[in-house]
Ligand binder design. Sequence first.
Ligand code: NDP
Ligand code: 8X3
Length: 252
Amino acid sequence: MNNIILITGATSGFGEAIAKKFASNSWDCIITGRRKERLFSFADELKNKFNIKVLPLVFDVQKRKEVFDMLSNLPEEWRSIKVLVNNAGLALGRDSFENANLDDWDTMLDTNVKGLMYVSKAIVPYMIEKKQGHIINIGSIAGKEVYQSGNGYCASKFAVDALSKSMRIDLLQHKIKITAIHPGAAETEFSLVRFKGDEQKAAAMYHGFVPLYAEDIANIAYYVATLPPSVCINELTVTPTAQANTYLFHKE
Ligand code: NDP
Ligand code: 8X3
């Protein structure tokens, strides 16, 4: 029987790359996202290319009922989830505190924090029952140090850092590993979403240096997930070589 991984937010960026990485190593994948067409065609691609089983589930991690309706009663053959990657998330806007949009704050906190909590709460019972499990939370360097006009996004990712530490303590007795991966600047759809479709603004984020790519994070996720059962990487912060912290880049 293949190992099973569940990845939230697998319709683009890190989530998509993580699914490909694990699928190419014969893991069966539960993949989620809101964009149904993309998710289903990606599921077909994974099945055809890697000859694995894929369960695509369309739901919004912000919606508590949807999360539990989808995940609480998984078919028996999908319940032995070995790895959960809490990846679905976003930034919206980059405005100074006094100008920030309240709806953007709500969406970021509901998605990045409450969504991660709901999904984890729905999946942990399967892990407890099987006495195995590894939860990988995708945080951010923005959850380790703040930056100008990062207010709501930074708060949401600091919460992911806190939750990762808290889950590690509470779930220790169940032998569930918790790893937080905190990436720096990575070229995905992230900035396009943050700047609400403004392609020029999004592209400008990555001018003058080589950013991280989704595959870099996928390789790291695969490495931490395939260490011996007795070894857990608690957290790691990974940046492009050209990035020293949240605001200092060496651009050429
Ligand atoms: P992308 O925008 O490429 O991917 C985000 C994914 O999250 C999509 O699959 C999207 O799917 C999903 N998603 C967003 N909101 C929801 C929701 N409400 N319900 C379900 N799924 C949702 O960005 P990244 O791959 O870069 O981002 C992935 C994670 O990495 C995020 O948590 C982000 O904060 C974090 N991160 C990104 C960095 C970067 O520089 N790119 C750096 C550090 C951390 P869909 O729209 O189909 O629902
Ligand atoms: C994404 C990285 O620095 O743009 O989490 O916030 S940053």
